[in-house]
Every structure is written in structure tokens, then in C-alpha cells.
Design a protein around this ligand. Sequence first.
Ligand code: GAR
Length: 198
Amino acid sequence: MSFKVAVLASHTGSNLRALTAAAALPQAAFTVELVVSNNSASGALAHARELGIPWLHLSGRTHPDQEQLDLAMLAALTEHRIDLVVTAGFLRKIGPITLSGYAGRIVNIHPSLLPRHGGPGMHGLHVHESVLASGDTVSGASVHHVTANYDEGPVIASREVPVLSGDSVESLAARVLTAEHGLLAETVQALAVAHADR
Ligand code: GAR
């Protein structure tokens, strides 16, 4: 039985693409069964449409009431029998109802070596700005469990990336993003294999 993954993403969706590419490999132990975005114009939803993966736009526009939005998210995950939720550049907090319904089964990819450069406001280029300002010579990517507070759940896997002298925010972001793609695909595959072995 396949390990069913839902991906939640707000913008480009390059991590989603890395996961759908990994899921297409012969050894893949998981499938991407659902894509959810709060942004109806996101690259993530466009990719889901291209591949024929079920997708959903859930936002304050579709559900002005926070609790209704949270209930709709949990209902969608349950309806698609999702085993693992992956947030990849999803710029919304997961509501408490979904968090408790999927406790221990939601992971996030973050573009730094947590706990460094994590927490509220630390997303996208802000993370790399913070790394460059700190003088760190190593950055990277982390996959961690999602809890109620931003970027605080236990780290499951991480990958280091060097910070090079002369790096701009954009050059560092690009190097980290490439590492994210490999790390995320390998981590989801490992979680799927561990689930199958249970
Ligand atoms: C990725 O770099 C991801 O780590 C980051 O947003 C980007 C999404 O890119 N997430 C955060 O900063 C969360 N704090 P993508 O849409 O191309 O996958």
C-alpha cells in the first residue's frame, strides 16, 4: 500500500516538483495524493493541475472563519487518506484542529540549519539575509516536525551547505534550495519506508 503524501505550498512549488519527481521513480514508496495552497495562482497548484493530482485552494478567501478553514483542511486530508503532510513554503500556520488530527504526521522544510535562523518572520529570503548578517560559514536545510510554534518541532533530517565569500542572498538561496530538493525527497522516502516496515 502506498504512503500517501499531501503537499501544502504557497508559491513556486519547486519542493513539490522535487517530490513528484521522486514519487515517479521505480523505487518510490510514496505518492503525492493532494496539493493544497492558500494562493490560487501558485506554481504549486499549476503543477498539480499539470500532473492531474487532486488540488485544493484553501484560504481566508474561501473560508473567512479560521475554524472553518482548519476543519476544511482536516476534512480534505482525511478524505484523501493522507499519511503524511509536507509543508513546503506554506506561509500559513496550520490550525490547531488539523495539528491535533495529524499530530506527528506533519513535516516542514526550512531553508536553514534549525534552530538557527528559524521562528516568526523567518521565511524565504529573510532566512538567508539573517544567515549572511550572522557571519555563519555554513547554512543548509532542515526537515522538522510541525508543532504549534514556527520552526520549533524536532528536526528529523538536515543537510549542510557552505556559505561562500561573496554570496548574495539570492546565490545562497539557490544553493540551499537545491539541497532542499534532495533532502526533502530522501526524507519523505525514508519516512514512507519506515511506515511500510512497521
Ligand atoms: C523553500 O526555500 C522553503 O524552504 C521555504 O520557502 C521556499 C519555498 O520554495 N520555506 C520557508 O522559508 C518556511 N519558513 P518552493 O515553493 O520553490 O518549494
